[in-house]
Every structure is written in structure tokens, then in C-alpha cells.
Design a protein around this ligand. Structure first.
Ligand code: TXE
Length: 479
């Protein structure tokens, strides 16, 4: 029997084709999952529309909604180990990282519980004989579509604020990682979320995802994934005239000026690209190093990269597990071959590791490439793997020109002891998040999203709640 999923308030096996998920560390089958047909997708959307309109949900007081979100957070915290294991056996991230992500999912629900209870609306100054109020109301049903690299955190980042904002949610997880979403739904059920407010529809994007976002009940789409898919989703949203929040890819510059603390900078560069095997939208994949320290930085990185421990994700000493799938490793390998053909010099990695079963496990060595310009394809396209390209720069003007010469604009890291310079660069570089003398520091309280082709809209923070609401102005006559 394939694993069932919650649709329209009950768990069903689905009449669509069965979906398999694979453990990328071993090649073994992880789960066989039922998927919905188009009709079952439609039934789920209609049920979500009704659940969203139910007076008990629409009129629920903010402090009651907050209490519910706190109960979900409590259940998430209790189930942290289960959630971590479920993500690990589907995307191969180290158990340590999966545990941290499960903890962060619980914290996200707590944050939105607090936001829900404390956020206020405006009463704009009156320009006549009336009082003006601003109401923020839910869209109704939100379609949340998530990728495979960090389902635990991303699904919480969409579901928690969308529920806090008063919507029903239909979550379409990646076909590579479905189990964490199903567990989240079980947790929400145990915590007392009324039936039909969170459905999870497993399956491929091209069929289940497309049927979902084309249904008339969907009032808003929240998507995280690749830029090409994001563009297609934006086209559907434009045709339907509904809003779409898009968190897309990146090719983020990590920058080292000659005056930087090189020990700290190099450690941060390695974490910034290799943590999670580079399968992170904010991975610092282009390293710009000021010419005076370029060769010294490369030598430090070469030595340090060789000490990274790659191995089975469940092992306590493992820092880097496999890539999320064999197909993705093929893609990463083809990019490294391309870098070689473009004249790149492989400083570290560039192959599969010895001593691990690479026939069954999607392992790949952390790879550093030098000798290419920012114009090379591997410096322009998102590889989404453990591949760092090192590029020299001369001065601030040269740096800003090169760093901004990309279609992406998600994140950026700047290392310099000169704070004024770091600030100038932070203002000049086109990115939704900039880190100064740190990298990948993320807070649920700070808005997150991309400039340019890295996305539209901002998740997290107070903005992340407003993303799931529409504004209504009410005028009350006083004369
Ligand atoms: O992502 P997709 P893929 C980048 C990264 C990666 C590339 C492709 O470069 O190598 O994208 O990854 C659903 N209608 N990122 O193919 O296609 C799909 O089922 C509705 C960056 O895995 O974007 C899944 O649930 N839904 C990134 C989700 O979209 C559709 C994270 C993401 O899949 C659909 C992941 C459709 N027509 C990949 N087609 C980041 N920003 O963190 C697909 N989907």
C-alpha cells in the first residue's frame, strides 16, 4: 500500500500514479507514496476553500490562533528527531543539519504565533469627515510549492505564516522529498488544526503542481524552487491575476578584501558554499578575492577543503552527505567537466570521493575552481552543488561591476575590516540579503527574498505574514 496523504480533511491513498522516493546515500527505496489525480486535486481545493471560509476559522481570535500555532510548535519540537530522520533519508543532508532544521521549523511556528497575537494595523490620518481603518484579510487558499533541499525549514516558513494570516494551505512538496510534509500534516492534526486547513498533495510539479495552481480556489501561490519553474508559475499567476511569492535561485558573491581577517573569512567561505553540499539558494558560489591575497586565499581553501569529512549522513562525524539524487550529481559533474573545458583549474575536489560507495550513493567531493572569469558559464549558472569558483578583483569599482554582473540577486557576503567600505559595498551590491563579516546567518525575524531573477516578495518577519494577506480600507463617516 502506498503511503497516504491528507486531502480534503481525510487521509487517502490517491488514484494517481505511485511516487517513489530514494535514499541518495544508499540508492535504496525510501517510500512509495500515493498521489492525487486531477479530480482529487480539485476536490482538495474545493474543500480547502470551504475550510478557509468556515466561521470558526475566519473569526478565530488572534490569541486563539496563536495558541494553536504554539501547540503545533510543541508537537514539532517533540517530533524533531522523526522529522530530521525523514528529511535525511530523502535528501541525504547530514543528520546534524536535519536536526537543526527541525528545531528551526518549531521556532518558526512560535515566531508566527507571537506575530499573530501582536501585529497591529493602521488607521491612516483622516482627510475628511471619516475615520479610516486598514484590515488585513487572508486570500483564502494558499498553494505552497516547495523544493527538496530544505523541506523542513521551507515548509514551516510557508505554512506557519499562511495559517497565522488566516488561510487554508495546500502544500505540494517536491517529488524528491515528501515525507517531512506528511509528518508536518500529522503534527498539525495532533495539535488540533481543523480538518481541511492543511492538505499535502504529493506528486510531480508538471501534473499535481500545475493542476493545483490552475484551480480557481487558489488565491495565492507561494513557491520556492528554480528560476525556470518560478517563471512558469509566475506566468500562470499572471494569467489568473493572483499574487505569487517566488523564492528562486542564486549565484551569490562572497567577497574577501585584502584587509579581511583571512582565517575567519576562509572558514566562512567554506561553510557558505559546502554546507548542505551547496544545495542552498544562498550558497556563496562565486568567491571574489582582492588580487593581493588571491593566491594565499586559494591555498588556504585548498588545504581546508581537504579536511571536510564527507560520509553517510547519519554518522556523527559527517559534515557533508551525498547530493540529493543521482540525477543531481550527474548535473554537478557535468558542470565541473564544463569548467575544465572552459579552462578552469581544479584546486580541490573535481571527482567522486574514494572509500564511499559512489555507485549507490550520490557522493561528490567539495570542489574549488580557479582561473575562470565571471563570464564563464559555471560562474553564471546556478550549479546548486559543492562547487566554488574563485575570481580575482582589483578595487571596489571592479568588484561591484563583476558581483552585479549576474541575473541573480539573492545574497552576498563581504569580508573587510574597514566598516565604511563594507557598508558601501552592501549598498551597491544587488542582493536581498547582505552579510558583513559573517555568512548564512539567518533569522526568522528578518525579511528574506531576492532581487532580479532571484525572486519576488519577501518571506519571514512581519512581511512574511503580510505576504499571505490582502489589504482592505474601510471608511466610517463621522459627520
Ligand atoms: O526545482 P523546481 P528542481 C534550483 C537549483 C536546481 C534547479 C532545479 O538550481 O538545480 O532549481 O531543481 C514543483 N507547476 N533550485 O527541478 O522544478 C516541483 O515539483 C507547479 C533552487 O528540483 O523548481 C517542486 O515541488 N509546480 C531552489 C518545486 O516546484 C511545479 C531550491 C521545485 O521544483 C512545476 C530547489 C509546475 N509546472 C532548486 N514544475 C531554491 N531557491 O532554494 C515543478 N514544480
Amino acid at each position: 500500500m502506498p503511503v497516504s496523504f491528507p486531502a480534503a480533511g481525510r487521509w487517502i491513498a490517491g488514484s494517481g500514479p505511485t511516487l517513489q522516493t530514494i535514499n541518495p546515500a544508499t540508492g535504496a527505496l525510501t517510500a512509495e507514496l500515493g498521489t492525487p489525480t486531477d479530480t482529487e486535486v480539485a476536490v482538495t481545493c474545493e474543500a480547502a476553500r470551504q475550510a478557509a471560509q468556515h466561521p470558526a476559522w475566519r473569526r478565530m481570535k488572534p490569541h486563539q490562533r496563536a495558541a494553536l500555532l504554539h501547540r503545533i510548535a510543541d508537537e514539532l519540537a517533540r517530533s524533531g528527531e522523526t522529522l530530521a530522520q525523514l528529511q535525511m533519508v530523502e535528501n541525504g543532508k547530514s543528520l546534524k543539519e536535519c536536526r537543526a532544521q527541525a528545531a528551526s521549523a518549531a521556532a518558526t511556528f512560535r515566531y508566527y504565533a507571537a506575530v499573530c497575537e501582536t501585529i497591529e494595523a493602521a488607521t491612516p490620518p483622516s482627510r475628511g469627515e471619516y475615520v479610516n481603518f486598514t484590515l488585513h484579510q487572508p486570500y483564502g487558499v494558499v498553494a505552497a510549492i516547495t523544493p527538496w533541499n530544505s523541506p523542513l525549514t521551507m515548509e514551516a516558513q510557508k505554512v506557519a505564516p499562511a495559517l497565522a494570516a488566516g488561510n487554508a494551505v495546500i502544500l505540494k512538496p517536491s517529488e524528491i522529498t515528501t515525507l517531512p510534509a506528511l509528518e508536518l500534516a500529522r503534527i498539525c492534526e495532533r495539535a488540533g488544526l481543523p480538518a481541511g486547513l492543511l492538505s499535502v498533495l504529493p506528486g510531480h510539479g508538471r501534473d499535481v503542481g500545475a493542476a493545483l495552481i490552475n484551480h480557481s480556489a487558489i488565491g495565492m501561490i507561494s513557491f520556492t524552487g528554480g528560476t525556470a519553474t518560478g517563471r512558469m508559475i509566475a506566468e500562470t499567476a499572471a494569467r489568473r491575476l493572483i499574487p505569487a511569492a517566488l523564492e528562486l535561485g542564486g549565484k551569490s558573491p562572497h567577497i574577501i578584501f585584502a584587509d579581511a581577517d583571512l582565517d575567519a573569512a576562509c572558514a566562512s567561505v567554506l561553510d557558505g558554499i559546502f554546507e548542505g553540499m551547496g544545495q542552498s539558494c544562498v550558497a556563496g558560489s562565486r568567491l571574489f578575492v582582492q588580487r593581493g591575497v588571491h593566491d594565499a586565499v586559494i591555498e588556504r581553501l585548498r588545504v581546508a577543503a581537504q579536511t571536510l569529512r564527507i560520509g553517510p549522513p547519519e554518522a556523527a562525524e559527517t559534515q557533508l552527505g551525498p547530493l540529493a539524487s543521482m540525477a543531481h550529481r550527474d548535473r554537478v559533474e557535468s558542470y565541473v567537466a564544463l569548467a575544465r573545458s572552459e579552462g578552469g583549474r581544479i584546486v580541490a575536489g573535481g571527482s567522486r570521493p574514494d572509500g564511499l560507495d559512489c555507485e549507490r550513493g550520490a557522493y561528490y567531493l567539495p570542489t574549488i575552481i580557479a582561473g575562470l572569469s565571471n563570464a564563464a558559464r559555471v560562474c553564471r549558472e546556478e550549479i546548486f552543488g559543492p562547487v566554488l569558483c574563485v575570481i580575482p578583483f582589483d578595487d571596489e569599482a571592479d568588484l561591484v561591476r563583476q558581483a552585479n554582473d549576474t541575473v541573480y540577486g539573492l545574497a552576498c557576503g563581504i569580508w573587510s575590516q574597514d566598516f565604511r567600505r563594507a557598508w558601501r559595498m552592501a549598498e551597491a551590491i544587488e542582493a536581498g540579503t547582505v552579510w558583513i563579516n559573517t555568512y548564512k546567518q539567518l533569522s526568522i525575524a528578518a525579511p528574506f527574498g531576492g532581487f532580479k531573477e532571484s525572486g519576488l516578495g519577501r518571506e519571514k518577519g512581519l512581511t512574511g505574514l503580510r505576504l499571505y494577506q490582502q489589504v482592505k480600507s474601510i471608511y466610517v463617516a463621522t459627520a
